[in-house]
Ligand binder design. Structure first.
Ligand code: SPQ
Length: 428
């Protein structure tokens, strides 16, 4: 669907961004393999998380969703039943990779598949270690691409040194290890988001985390619990940048998740000179959260590299837009993982922002942006990638003239109310 976007001169008001996508997925998955009832508040009703609900329903779990409130009746991992249909994950990398870990030790076989974007994304990062643990997995390109056929084996613990910092890889292995014989540990080169570890603990599982290594003993049973999902900082990121670069703006974002493995965007925007303040912070919750207030700011270029990258990997498209409006040069390095997301996000960000007049070039593992450049309306594409669609919509606020965004419907993957909230902030 093509959407016409016109410039917006100021953004003011208060919004509550939708629930965190990573936490919403995990709440349904862990509720489905726990004994007893799990209740979830603040669940993200984006398409990716609805795919997770649909897959677990096909595996026989009773799940009732009423807007942002979800109830899951789990009967333990052995309560999952073979699905007569393929498990279709839509656009969601998190759903397919974590489910492979959950299905690694089941007594039945399953077929997992997804949309065009999922068909291009590499799965051997999880199928390789899961096979080493004993799962039988077959698929295109020797198990690297969907459709994947998985048959649970007799999973055994493994000590895995992951070549990449990835929460999906870490989580898939820990979820398989939970059902296996002995201890499983995963060591990463840099720390990735730790929602799996925090939430497994809330479900009564014991884990050991020691800097870059997490270990879990097999044979532990999850017990149903209540999960409060905070707002998604990856969704808030679009309005943090919009508030900083659109003139005469002040935006308050309520109850945004502030897990330190996800707050790299706040560190980088702070370094660039953005005025962001915190209110009502709750550090005691298993997932900390607080309100964020952003005001129009003068930004300057920066260098983004090394261990901050996993803490802001999904925010790089919108950070690139902020950099087009910052004085001087911004260099983003060590971000080659962007090439295997919903799209090759180095290529899509650079191509589409260039069409709008940005001075931006791609490198093998990131991009270089020269600011500050005026943007002009253009005909642009999300390529079906929700984060590219939202970044371009914020760019259109600043551009001179009208912008046409093709495949704008992609934003519903993680942020169904995005255009309504943008509209509300522009007409306070
Ligand atoms: O679920 P999916 O499609 O992989 O979504 C993305 C996104 O932009 O929403 C990545 F494209 O987020 C991933 C994130 O990049 C969600 C995630 C998680 O919930 O565990 C972890 C990150 O991926 P990875 O590959 O680093 O583990």
């Amino acid at each position: 669907m093509k959407k016409q976007l016109t410039p917006i001169h100021r953004l003011n008001g208060t919004i509550k961004v939708p629930g965190d996508k990573s936490i919403s997925h995990r709440s349904v998955m862990f509720g489905s393999i726990a004994e007893g009832k799990t209740t979830i508040n603040g669940f993200l009703t984006g398409e990716d998380c609805l795919s997770t609900i649909s897959c677990f329903k096909k595996l026989g779990v009773n799940i009732v969703q009423d807007g942002e409130h979800v109830t899951v009746e789990g009967s333990g991992i052995s309560g999952l039943k073979q699905s007569s249909d393929d498990l279709y994950v839509g656009n969601s990398g998190t759903t397919i990779r974590l489910m492979l870990g959950i299905l690694a030790n089941t007594s039945f076989s399953s077929v997992l598949t997804g949309d065009e974007s999922i068909a291009k994304r590499p799965m051997n990062r999880v199928t390789k270690p899961l096979r080493e643990m004993g799962a039988e997995i077959e698929g295109n390109e020797e198990g690297n691409k969907v459709p994947l056929h998985i048959k649970g084996g007799n999973v055994k613990g493994i000590h895995y040194h992951s070549p990449i910092a990835s929460a999906q890889v870490k989580s898939a292995i820990l979820l398989a290890g939970l059902q296996g014989e002995g201890t499983t540990s995963v060591t990463e080169p840099l720390k990735s988001r730790d929602h799996t570890e925090r939430m497994l603990e809330a479900f009564g599982v014991e884990l050991k985390s020691d800097n870059l290594t997490v270990s879990i003993d097999g044979g532990q049973q999850l017990k149903g619990t209540h999960i409060e999902v905070p707002g998604d900082i990856s969704s808030a990121a679009f309005f943090l940048v919009a508030g900083a670069i659109v003139p005469e703006s002040t935006i308050t974002l309520q109850k945004v998740g502030l897990n330190p493995t996800r707050t790299g965007i706040l560190d980088v925007l702070h370094d660039m000179g953005a005025e962001i303040s915190y209110e009502n912070v709750n550090e005691e919750a298993s997932e900390p959260y607080g309100d964020l207030v952003v005001k129009t700011s003068s930004l300057k270029g920066t260098v983004i590299e090394g261990d901050v990258i996993p803490r802001l990997i999904d925010e790089i498209p919108i950070i690139a837009l902020a950099a087009t409006q910052a004085e001087g040069e911004t260099i983003i390095k060590d971000a080659q993982e962007l090439r295997v997301k919903e799209t090759d996000r180095i290529e899509t960000v650079v191509n589409e922002l260039q069409k709008m007049g940005a001075q931006i070039e791609a490198t093998e593992d990131g991009m270089i942006i020269h600011g500050k450049s005026p943007l002009k309306g253009a005909s642009v594409q999300s390529y079906g990638d929700h984060r590219i669609g939202m970044m371009l919509s914020i760019a259109a606020c600043l551009a001179e003239g009208e912008t046409t965004l093709d495949q704008s419907e992609a934003v519903a993957v993680s942020y169904p109310s995005f255009f309504d909230q943008l509209q509300r902030l522009s007409n306070p």
